[in-house]
Write a protein of this length. Structure first.
Lengths: 261, 642
């Protein structure tokens, strides 16, 4: 949509380190990650279990603090923000999709989707039209007044995706969004995410271990042992060709079965 | 068996932070039961109190009520605990342990916990019973030191109550383990009830029916004493049913309509208060009804007891305006006066000459009612000199003084009877006097003969002339005594008791002491029972909210990740707690206001002041429970991200 902004940096991670545990028993999970994400990119992060994918996502998404290094989102250094400011930052600039949906059981589909803008000063009419647009994209209009326990996993995840997009965030972070879905639901979700990424210019950073899922991305970053191992750009390749390339790197990486140590 | 035992011990240690309030409430109510039964069996206390006050029965009834409350409390609390542990119960079965094993495991844990509570209760009870005796004696206006020994029968009875609790909760556990399938054990948290839209017509009817039942109950409570034994259960039934419908249908319908009008734009605060409340409507309806009804009963009980206790002196004064009275006994009166003066006691002595005749008070609403009764004609001018608070009625008119008027039915209803006529038959001729109105107190002590009619002295003299020599005619000389100083009154009373040979002594001080002991016992029992009610209901609310808080942990985590900070989330939670605690409290209070009004025919003094004090205390304690709950929630929300 906003072609002028393509190429502009949205997220910049410099020399990010993350250590868990205390001295002596420290576990060095991220060992100096440098990553730049530009507007309208659809970045996949892959790697074997224990390679630090989810930790990286949490650190980038301000859910966790870095031990060392800086993360800039929209030119704001998030490591310098207070907890309150971080909350406001997440609320206004970021969207989240989780593996297990994390919808509020007590709210309907529509109420769940509208939740992120519940504290913004957006008028009800504007909010309503935003909702209609999002619900059309994800094909969940008919489910508006259903509760999470009444709908399928795929529908839940599309609801969660709608919730991640309603407030037009700068970046959407997705943590294994297809992890709990069957292949049909997964591909229908990814189709829509790809569409949203291309048509609305939404920037997406997605952690996944599924090569099919990452074949929808415009770039895939491979992690190994807390460092970036390699990167692949889709460019003009077909999804199938890109998928094969991803599989090749995975084979070298040792797939999902090697735990990285 | 040993492994089950060990596992139960370990699980108790882990669960202790969830159990401590349950433990405390159980120990508190059981030690109270122990104290009540100890007092019931204690001879020293019985000897000190007035023989006409039935202490044993009072403590027995209190004991039964305690058992009922403890029963309701443990069943509710145990239900909540079982629900929160259903995943654990399912897990044991999933790894291949038999249902019998799981039931045994739960029961061992329960028995050990109960045994601990029992021991603690008996020890605490034995320690605090002395304090209770002191409080009781203070309330009864008795002095002296009473040592209370450890009561074996009380300990035995307390153990029996414990056994009863164990049996009930064990049955509950077995039902839970044997009846539920693995699937519903694992989905216990997620099972919403009643999220479906209410059926429009049926719910509208039931919503209105709930309100109508409560309204009917309130309306009927206004004239409950007309047919007490029919109306009382009817009032109770309709209010309980109405309250249940109110929570189950009416409030849910209001929430539902509000939510529907919001059309998805619910906002964070409502999402965290109204939505989860609607999510658990069914379970909430049960517990909120129980809590509302229990609160209403407790508030009514304590308010009434407090009103009785608070008004003892005033009430006794209504029956006995004078401290002492001699009827046609001038010699005795004189020697009593001299004795008082010898002791240096200040006394106001007055002589009142009254006339006793037979006569009929007509009832304009019921012309057939013509009952001849003794009428005591009292001269207003003479009484005024004794310091009595009265106005001299115009000649030919009388005012009836009857302290027991309200016991005979609704006062407003009775006042419609006035003014009426008094008919006197004198040698075949009839004379009529106007009876202006009735006052709800006596102008002479209760034991003076006849219905007390206040007239001007001139009117009384006229009646004395007209009615002379008729059957029942009598001139009575009353010697009345007032002792202004309270401490001197006690001494004077013992002198009076000695000087009068009569077995049945009716005088202010004796009556006051007796009523004070009865009502003192009443307030003692009511206050502690009320406290148990309060702690049980407050704890049940707390347990329920604690469980809900843990079920909602994931939601809080999600909200925190989406960028809502602790304070924003707490706003919704505080609103939810406000609803959860305020609804039963305010509706319970409203119920109790009507209940107190209905029961106030038993009491002549104002019930407003004592009742508002009781309600204020109740509100404060509920508020503390609400604060605890909010604190628990805040902790969970704060730590949700880690």
């Amino acid at each position: 949509m906003d072609q002028l902004n393509v190429g502009e940096t949205v997220l910049q991670a410099r020399n990010v380190h993350k250590t868990f545990g205390t001295k002596g028993n420290a576990q060095h999970v991220l060992k100096g990650i440098d990553l730049r994400v530009t507007r309208s990119e659809f970045v996949g992060i892959m790697g074997p279990s224990g390679s630090g994918k989810t930790t990286l996502l949490n650190v980038l998404a301000t859910i966790d603090h870095t031990t060392d290094g800086t993360v800039l989102i929209d030119d704001a250094d998030i490591s310098k923000l207070s907890n309150t400011a971080l909350s406001a930052f997440r609320r206004n600039k970021l969207g989240f999709i989780f593996q297990d949906y994390n919808l509020l059981d007590t709210l309907t589909v529509k109420e769940n989707i509208l939740l992120p803008i519940s504290l913004s000063k957006m008028s009800k009419r504007k909010a309503e039209s935003e909702f209609t647009a999002i619900a059309d994209v994800f094909d969940i209009k008919a489910l508006s007044h259903k509760y999470p326990h009444e709908i399928s996993g795929g529908q839940k995840q599309r609801t969660a995706a709608g919730r991640a997009l309603i407030h037009q965030p700068s970046i959407v972070f997705a943590d294994e969004p297809t992890g709990a879905l069957d292949s049909k639901s997964a591909s229908s979700l990814l189709d829509v995410m790809e569409k949203v990424n291309q048509q609305r210019g939404v920037t997406v950073v997605m952690v996944t271990h599924d090569p099919v899922a990452s074949s929808y991305c415009s770039r895939v970053v491979f992690l190994r042992d807390g460092k970036i191992y390699s990167e692949l750009y889709r460019g003009d390749k077909t999804r199938h060709a890109f998928f094969n390339e991803i599989m090749d790197v995975q084979a070298v990486l040792g797939g999902d079965h090697v735990d990285g140590f | 068996m040993l492994t089950v035992f060990e596992l139960a011990l370990r699980s108790m240690r882990q669960n202790v932070k969830h159990y401590y309030l349950y433990f405390f409430a159980l120990i508190f109510s059981m030690s109270l039961y122990f104290v009540f039964t100890s007092l019931q069996h204690d001879q020293a206390v019985l000897n000190m109190t007035h023989p006409s006050v039935d202490f044993t029965a009072g403590f027995q009834i209190a004991g039964v009520m305690l058992i009922v409350i403890v029963g309701i409390f443990t069943v509710s609390a145990n239900g909540i605990f079982l629900r929160r542990r259903s995943r654990e119960i399912g897990l044991y079965q999933l790894v291949g342990l038999s249902k019998g094993w799981v039931a045994r495991y739960l029961m061992i844990e329960n028995i050990l916990l109960g045994l601990g509570a029992l021991l603690a209760a008996i020890i605490c009870g034995a320690l605090i019973s002395r304090l209770f005796v002191l409080i009781l004696l203070n309330l009864l206006g008795l002095e002296g030191i009473v040592g209370i020994s450890f009561s074996v029968p009380a300990a035995f009875k307390t153990s029996m109550v414990y056994l009863l609790i164990i049996v009930i909760t064990s049955i509950q556990m077995m039902l839970k383990v044997y009846r539920s399938t693995l699937l519903n054990l694992f989905q216990a948290d997620k099972q919403p009830d009643l999220t479906k839209p209410p059926k429009a017509v049926a719910s509208a009817i039931f919503a209105l029916l709930g309100l109508a039942l409560i309204g009917y109950g309130y309306e009927l409570s206004g004239h409950i004493n007309e047919q007490l034994f029919l109306n009382a259960p009817l009032v109770l039934g309709s209010i309980v049913a109405g309250t249940y419908l109110l929570f189950r249908v009416t409030i849910r319908r209001c929430f539902y309509r509000f939510r529907k009008r919001k059309d998805g734009h619910l906002g964070l605060t409502n999402s965290l208060s109204m939505a989860p409340l609607m999510h658990h409507t069914k379970a909430n309806a049960n517990s909120l009804t129980l809590i509302t009804v229990l609160s209403a009963m407790a508030i009514t009980l304590i308010s009434m007891a407090y009103s009785f206790y608070y008004s003892v002196e005033q009430e006794t004064r209504h029956d006995f305006p004078d401290d002492f009275m001699f009827e046609n006994e001038p010699q005795e009166a004189l020697s009593f006066k001299m004795e008082l003066e010898k002791e240096g006691i200040d006394v106001n002595h007055h002589v009142v000459q009254a006339v006793l005749t037979m006569g009929i008070i007509l009832d304009p609403n019921d012309e057939s009612r013509k009952v001849e009764e003794s009428l005591l004609w009292l001269p207003a001018e003479q009484l005024k000199q004794t310091g009595a608070d009265l106005n001299v009625p115009p000649d030919g008119e009388a005012i009836l003084y009857n302290a027991g008027a309200s016991l005979a039915g609704d006062l407003d209803e009775q006042s419609k009877r006035y003014p009426t006529e008094i008919v006197l038959e004198q040698h075949g001729q009839t004379v009529m006097y106007t009876l202006r109105t009735v006052m709800e107190r006596n102008i002479m002590n209760l034991n003076a003969p006849g219905s007390q009619l206040l007239v001007s002295e001139a009117t009384m003299d006229k009646i004395a002339v007209q009615m002379a020599d008729t059957p029942g005619y009598k001139i009575i000389r009353f010697d009345t005594f007032q002792v202004p100083d309270k401490e001197e009154l006690a001494i004077a009373s013992s002198l009076y008791a000695k000087s009068v040979s009569d077995e049945l002594l009716y005088y202010f001080y004796a009556q006051y002491k007796e009523v004070l002991q009865t009502t003192g016992l009443l307030i003692f029992i009511a206050a502690f029972l009320g406290l148990v009610f309060l702690i049980s209901t407050g704890s049940i609310l707390y347990f329920k909210q604690m469980t809900e808080a843990e079920q909602e942990k994931q939601s809080f985590k999600t909200l925190r990740q989406l960028g809502f900070d602790v304070d924003m989330i707490m706003k919704g939670i505080i609103r939810k707690q406000a609803i959860v605690f305020l609804l039963p409290l305010s509706i319970g209070m409203l119920h109790s206001i009507f209940a107190i009004k209905a029961a106030s025919f038993m009491i002549r003094s104002d019930t407003m002041f004592p009742a508002s004090i009781v309600m204020a205390i109740y509100t404060v304690i509920y508020f503390v429970f609400a604060l605890f709950t909010i604190g628990y929630y805040r902790n969970i929300v704060k730590n949700a991200m880690s």
